[in-house]
Structure formats: C-alpha cells, structure tokens
Design a protein around this ligand. Structure first.
Ligand SMILES: NC(=O)c1ccc[n+]([C@@H]2O[C@H](COP(=O)([O-])OP(=O)(O)OC[C@H]3O[C@@H](n4cnc5c(N)ncnc54)[C@H](OP(=O)(O)O)[C@@H]3O)[C@@H](O)[C@H]2O)c1
Length: 311
C-alpha cells in the first residue's frame, strides 16, 4: 500500500513516518518540501504521484497566530484539505485528514460525540471545521480523525514544556479549570495502522467495508485538566528517576491567562478563546473496533518511561 504523509516534520506527521517506515511503501513531505498553502504546487507534486492513501498531518496549529492570521489559517486548514480531497478523488485514493477538539465550543459537560454540533470559538477551530466540511464535500468516503492534546517524542508539547519547567524551577503551575484528554502519537499511529490494514484487505464486514469514513474521534481514555496532566507527568518522572526541582503543580485559573496579556507570568499570553471542556467521546471508535483506547495516564507513563528515563 503506497501512502503519502503531509506535515511529515510535525509532532504527529513525524511519528507516523517513524512508525510506518518499515510497514508501508511510504513517502512524506515536510513543510519545506511541500507548502500546502501553495495550491498549484500541491496539485503539481501530488498529481504526479501515485498513491492509495494520503494522510494530511500538516496544519497551521498555532491557535493564537490563527486569530491574527485568519486568511492564512483558512488557506492551510480549510482550502488546502479540500484540494487534497479532490486530488484523492481523481486517483481513487483515500484521504485521512486530522482535525481537532477545538471545533467545539466547550459548553457541554459530557464527552463530545461525532454527532454533536460543532461551534468553534476561535479562528483555528473555525478554519479546522471548514477544512472538515471541504474534505467531506469532496467525497464523504474520506476519513477525518479528530484528536485532542497530542503529545509524543517528535516535537515538544505541553507535557514536555512542563517537565522542562519543573527541571528548572521549584514553582510551576498549570490551568486547573479546562478539560480534555491527552493523546499519544504512538496510539494514534496504531489506530490508523488498523484502518490502513483493513482498507488494504478490503475485508467485507471489517472496518474497510465502507463503515469507517466521515468523522471519527480518537483520544486516550479519560479526562483531565492541564494541572492534573502536568502533575501526573511529574509523578511519572519521579518514578522514572528523572531529576526535577519542582514536584507539585499549582493551580492556574483560565481567567488568569487574561492577566498574562498584561505581561505577567512566565507564559505567552493568549489571544484566542479556548473551549473549557473538549473531551472527545470514543464510543464510535470502540463500537467499530471492539477495543477501547488505553487510559491517558497509562499512555503518558509509557511516553515518559520510554523517552525520559533514559536521559
Ligand atoms: N497538537 C495538538 O494538541 C492537536 C490537538 C488537536 C488536533 N491536532 C491536529 O493534529 C494534526 C497534527 O498536529 P501536530 O500536533 O502534529 O502539530 P504540529 O507539530 O504543529 O505539526 C503541523 C505540521 O504542519 C506543518 N505545516 C504548517 N503549515 C504548513 C504548510 N503551509 N505547508 C506544509 N506544512 C505545514 C508544520 O510545519 P512547521 O512547523 O515547519 O510550520 C508542522 O510540521 C493537525 O491537524 C492539528 O490540527 C493537534
């Protein structure tokens, strides 16, 4: 099965490249190799290739920058995915496109299902939702995988920033009133491999028999705040013998991020609004596969054991 991955230098794209290298006939483009904002280049380069699956992990992911560079956000996160879907249609190929829990407004207090109404509160969320619609308008057999709070070894994320701060400072804090679920790139890669294998076998009755298309939520199981996430990461580090100065994560309120706009605190100020609660329901995933994602605490512990305890 010939697979092409876009965004191959990103946190998720690089993980997929690494995990699939031995398994599939793989080609990848990082940002420098293919700028998806250049739609002519996208059509030229991908149009000249043959592949059965295109995985789009390229995105303008800086939530605050999307607010101030709205046109660029829509070009990369919305228009480009539509063009990718059309290219896939011409080749009778499937597109797997990643989206986000930030398509929701965060007003719910139970996990969001694929059927829940999206209502983004930021330009990033709006542009990602428009991208989903463009992909599915081109062909509703394509697959959109919404993920949340992605972490992994290929590019630092929140959890790595917290560990780094705890290695430098005794006092660290994180937001205690915003909820979602950390999701390990390794686990996303495993899930997608099941989808790809199923598609390649085209087994009747399996996932590839046309049932797995449209929108699918995938996240590790459970929910937490950023404070709980960071505290668990530090606890895992302590168990793994990683040196830390700070061992307890203090609580920071979402409303305090507004004060950071005036220049206090050690974090970058927020421009965009974020959903307060964006836990994704994985009930559809479990129904389709017969398996549940592993718990986020287990996934974070696995990550820290593998990538920090050896440092
Ligand atoms: N990270 C999260 O917590 C999270 C949560 C929910 C959903 N997602 C979704 O998951 C997917 C993967 O995100 P990620 O975590 O891997 O983010 P990431 O590390 O920021 O990766 C995105 C990649 O896209 C590249 N890119 C940006 N603009 C591009 C362009 N014009 N042309 C080509 N490539 C471009 C980036 O390259 P440069 O860095 O060189 O610009 C980067 O390599 C995205 O669809 C994102 O919306 C992520």
């Amino acid at each position: 099965m010939k697979i092409v991955i876009l965004g191959a230098g990103g946190r998720l794209g690089a993980a997929l490249m690494r995990e699939y290298r031995e398994k599939y006939d793989l080609a990848g483009f990082n940002h420098a190799q293919l700028d998806v904002a250049n739609l002519d280049d996208v059509r030229g380069k991908l149009g000249a290739m043959s592949f059965e699956v295109l995985i789009n992990a390229a995105a303008f992911t800086n939530v605050d920058a999307c607010e101030t560079e709205r046109d660029r956000a829509f070009l990369i996160n919305a228009e480009a995915p539509g063009v990718l879907a059309e290219i896939c249609n011409e080749k009778d190929a499937k597109l797997i496109h990643f989206s986000t829990d930030y398509v929701f407004d965060g007003e719910k207090r139970a996990p969001y299902t694929e059927e829940d109404q999206a209502n983004p509160v930021s330009a990033y969320g709006e542009s990602k939702l428009a991208g989903e619609k463009n992909v599915l308008t081109a062909d509703d057999r394509h697959l959109i995988v919404r993920v949340s709070w992605v972490f992994g070894p290929d590019r630092p994320s929140f959890v790595d920033a917290m560990i780094k701060r705890a290695q430098q400072d005794e006092k660290i804090d994180a937001i205690s009133d915003k909820f979602s679920t950390p999701t390990y790139t390794h686990d996303i890669a495993e899930v997608l491999a099941r989808v790809l294998d199923d598609w390649s076998r085209r087994a009747p009755g399996g996932l590839g028999a046309g049932r797995l298309h449209g929108i699918l939520h995938f996240a590790n199981a459970g929910k937490c705040t950023w404070q709980e996430y960071a505290q668990w990461a530090l606890d895992c580090c302590r168990d793994a013998g990683v040196f830390l100065r700070g061992r307890t994560v203090g609580a920071l309120k979402l409303s305090e991020m507004t004060r950071l706009r005036q220049g206090s605190g050690g974090q970058a100020p927020w421009v965009a609004r974020r959903p307060v609660y964006s836990v994704l329901s994985t009930a559809k995933y479990t129904e389709l596969t017969g398996t549940a994602p592993r718990a986020w605490r287990e996934a974070v512990n696995d990550y820290i054991t593998r990538f920090y305890s050896k440092k």
